[in-house]
Design a protein around this ligand. Structure first.
Ligand SMILES: Cc1ncc(COP(=O)(O)O)c(C=O)c1O
Length: 362
């Protein structure tokens, strides 16, 4: 069957080079060869995340680490900042972990604002908060710098940040931000197969985790740190993913991080321009649009062109490209185009051309 190119916001297209690295011959995960592999990519991971902390590798999708962060870092009550399908779900996950949790819900399409977070934290009820930097459902990027700045005012609150669909595409300076956990899965901007998560924790998070009971084993932050100090993971990792990550980091640094961030910002702007040129409105509040994907309004809110989204998806697919027809409660009333990973100006133009053709056929 002919391959349909992915322009959905994850998983995204994986290059042949990455796949070749992914299928490297297997090695033992407690041997020197594995330690050398992990140690070889650690400095680049630290550079990518602008951190001196050890960067951890978890063989799980992002939810594993998201749930793990709750289990490790919440002893009183967690504030789950909610602005879309994934951030809303985190409240439910916190409760399923048996934690006291409260939502700070904003309307889908709006970002999380630091002032609202500040008002909640000022109650003194919370010892942790979760925030999603780039809400992949709504295509909204919340102002992380401003939210993270609150850490200085609330040093005992654990700031847990999901950068699942922004890490490696947007500059995220972990140490400077001063947050406690920053995490992502590899099937988004890393352009790798799904199944590996990359994350980093502050020394404060490790100290807090050590005091929390019932944090389990698989996602125990203390175990991740102990093992990372020896260039290992707590349990048998997906070694293929780590070879793929090594290859991907090679690509990132060959391009240059700043060039990579600029490419994502530019191709996201190109997509917004394309959508507006076709008469559509954007779903996110102006000024908070994602740099890795574009959520286009299609009746979810007043304004702009409205088309038959399932038909549009089908017509684009007939040209060999998969786009996403909206997620959660805005499925069909929005649709999403991804520019994350290896996409260039040229490959994005191919997407717009396919979209133009499909729109004419509707
Ligand atoms: C922002 C965000 N957080 C969390 C997740 C969950 O990731 P996973 O399904 O890989 O666990 C996703 C998935 O799309 C996401 O976009």
């Amino acid at each position: 069957m002919a391959h349909v190119k992915l322009h959905i916001p994850g998983p995204v297209e994986v290059s042949e080079k990455t796949f070749q690295a992914f299928r490297s011959p297997m090695i033992g995960h407690r041997g020197q060869e594995f330690k050398d592999l992990y140690a070889s990519i650690q400095p680049q991971l630290q550079q990518l995340l602008y951190t001196k902390q050890l960067v951890y590798l978890s063989t799980s999708s992002a939810w594993g680490v998201m749930e793990g962060a709750i289990r490790n870092l919440v002893s009183r009550k967690v504030l789950n900042c909610m602005c879309g399908a994934f951030s809303d779900k985190w409240l439910d996950v916190s409760k399923r972990c048996g934690k006291e949790a409260e939502g700070l819900q904003v309307e889908w399409g709006s970002p999380i604002r630091a002032e609202a977070v500040d008002r909640k934290l000022a109650t003194g009820q919370f010892d942790a908060l979760t925030v999603i930097h780039n809400e992949t459902s709504t295509g909204v990027m919340s102002p992380l710098e401003e939210i993270a700045a609150l850490k200085q005012k609330y040093p005992d609150v654990m700031f847990i940040v999901d950068a699942v669909s922004s890490m490696s595409a947007v500059k995220l300076e972990f140490d400077r931000l001063g947050v406690d956990v920053l995490l992502a899965g590899t099937q988004k901007a890393f352009a790798m197969p799904p199944g590996l998560s990359i994350f980093v924790c502050s020394p404060a998070a490790l100290a807090k985790a050590a005091t929390v009971n019932d944090r389990g084993y698989y996602f125990d932050l203390v175990e991740f740190q102990k093992n990372a100090e020896k260039s290992m993971t707590p349990s048998t990792p997906s070694i293929g993913h780590i070879y793929a990550l090594q290859s991907k980091l090679e690509d990132f640094f060959a391009e240059g991080l700043e060039a990579r961030f600029a490419r994502h910002a530019r191709t996201a702007q190109m997509t917004r321009d394309w959508a507006k040129g076709q008469g559509f409105d954007l779903f996110p509040e102006q000024g908070f649009e994602s740099q890795t994907l574009t959520t286009i309004n299609n009746g979810a809110k007043p304004g702009g062109r409205v088309v038959d989204v399932p038909k549009l998806v089908k017509l684009v697919k007939q040209q060999g490209i998969l786009i996403n027809g909206g997620y959660g409660k805005i499925k069909g009333t929005t649709f999403r185009l991804s520019n994350m990973g290896d996409e260039t100006d040229a490959t994005m133009r191919q997407l717009y051309a396919a979209m133009d053709t499909a729109l004419k056929q509707l």
